[in-house]
Design a protein around this ligand. Structure first.
Ligand code: UD1
Length: 421
């Protein structure tokens, strides 16, 4: 397995362009299963998770044609030969579970492996299943698979216990082909869901309220093709914003949408980082001194859990005590122990981590446990003295396009060592 090797200490500067959002592109790709017509998806990031989604679509029988550079993907799901997504594909990437709603809504049946837990927690799919039942699906769990059937799904009034991003997407897609109107209350408000709504609208469904906590979808008996563009990746953008702040540098994050990052930007400013929002993106410049700021992750528009690890790396360099509370996932402090091995002072207890800074970090061999944890260790490595080696880089490759190339262009001393075995 590859390793990323970083020699810390460089002050980053210049401009970096944000890629398309992984978390927006994945549901868009799966939504193409709702229609027999041609769908074009633009600004797709070139990432491992996207390759997995393409493999899932091809496994089901869809024709998938990526452009030469991989940033545009055309899908024709006319002749779907299977309605089953096997364990091997779903276990590689949980988001593959999103094929359930589209397959069920279009073909009346689907068999999809349950995703199981992952490093950051149990991550159940009960909301997906019980709410599809509310729309008339008959659901059976057998041998690790969800088997779902329905002649035609019916619109329903649905209330979610929590604003789950995935459940909201699953239900929005299913509702687009259901008979009548579906109202999803306590829906997730993430920008990625607004992007999905635009795709469903372009297919001919009527979606109102995307981006608010009440989403209404009028279903159609059949849907049309779509031509949609993936929004910029707000998590990647936030990661480069931290890269500027943690190295004492100044970076223009080109293409970043400030309106998707309000809660995060507010916390950076509270910590003394200068953030300027402009037409072309967001400029971030480290202030004279970093101060501690407390953070609590929340569903959008709150502080995103996917930027919690990166913010923790930053807080190791801030003077004072910062309390970081994780409310979305039960076990998302795996990076804290690795940061401690690099010299950080962090006490994690339950869903709270207390970071005392500023600590002089020193390079160390560290291990990535999940996608955001791995980039947090890269950020810490940039700020550390000496050499940091981040192992298990495949996590990083799932979600960050050309990360070492982009960081190198900003002045970082970073390289990838290919595994020899
Ligand atoms: C998505 C993102 C992920 C992000 C997360 C929260 C993708 C591919 N992934 O994941 O990067 O960290 O949103 O912003 O877009 N839950 C239940 N029952 C359910 C569904 C969810 O209990 O049926 C719980 C989960 O265990 C978790 C919480 O709800 O504790 C939030 O999960 P959810 O919003 O569904 O996250 P994902 O869609 O899996």
């Amino acid at each position: 397995m590859d390793t990323i090797v970083i020699r810390g200490g460089a002050v980053l500067g210049g401009e970096v362009t944000v890629s398309g959002s992984k978390n927006a592109a994945l549901p868009l790709l799966f939504s193409t299963l709702l229609t027999s017509r041609r769908c074009v998806i633009r600004n797709v990031p070139v990432l491992r998770d996207i390759r997995t989604a393409v493999a899932v679509l091809r496994h089901l029988g869809a024709l998938v044609s990526p452009s030469r550079d991989g940033h545009e993907i055309t899908v024709e799901a006319r002749d779907i030969s299977r309605s089953e997504a096997p364990y091997e594909l779903v276990k590689t990437m949980r988001a593959s579970f999103l094929v359930l709603g589209p397959l069920l809504a279009r073909f009346g049946r689907a068999r999809v492996s349950t995703p199981g837990g992952c490093a950051i927690g149990a991550r159940p799919v009960d909301l997906h299943l019980t709410r599809l039942q509310k729309m008339g699906a008959r659901i059976r769990l057998a041998e690790g698979y969800v088997e779902a059937e329905a002649e035609r799904l019916r619109g329903a009034k649905i209330v979610l216990d929590m604003p789950s991003v995935g459940a909201t997407q699953q239900l929005m897609m299913a509702a687009s082909l259901a008979e009548g109107t579906t109202v999803i209350e306590n829906a997730a408000r993430e920008p990625e869901n607004v992007c999905l709504a635009a795709a469903l609208e372009s297919m001919g469904a009527r979606v109102r309220g995307a981006g608010t906590s009440e989403v209404t979808v009028d279903g159609r008996p059949e849907l049309d093709g779509a031509d949609v563009t993936v929004i910029p990746d707000r998590i990647e953008a936030g990661t480069y914003m931290v890269a500027a702040a943690i190295t004492g540098g100044s970076i223009l994050v080109a293409g970043a949408r400030a309106d998707h990052l309000d809660a995060f930007t507010a916390k950076l400013r509270e910590a003394g980082v200068a953030v300027r929002e402009g037409e072309g993106g967001i400029r971030v410049a480290a202030g004279r001194a970093l101060g501690a700021a407390d953070v609590k992750t929340m569903p959008h528009p709150g502080f995103p859990t996917d930027l919690q690890a990166q913010f923790m790396a930053l807080m190791t360099q801030a003077t004072g005590t910062s309390t970081i509370t994780e409310t979305i996932f039960e076990n998302r402090f795996l990076h804290a122990q690795e940061l401690v091995r690099m010299g950080a002072e962090i006490r994690a207890d339950g869903n709270r981590a207390i970071v005392r800074g500023a600590s002089a970090l020193s390079g160390a061999p560290v291990m990535a446990t999940d996608l955001r944890a791995s980039v947090c260790l890269v950020l810490a490595g940039l700020a550390a003295r000496g050499t940091t080696r981040v192992a298990r880089v495949y996590h990083l490759d799932r979600g960050y396009e050309r990360v070492e190339e982009k960081l190198r262009a900003l002045g970082a001393d970073i390289r990838r060592e290919a595994a020899t075995a």
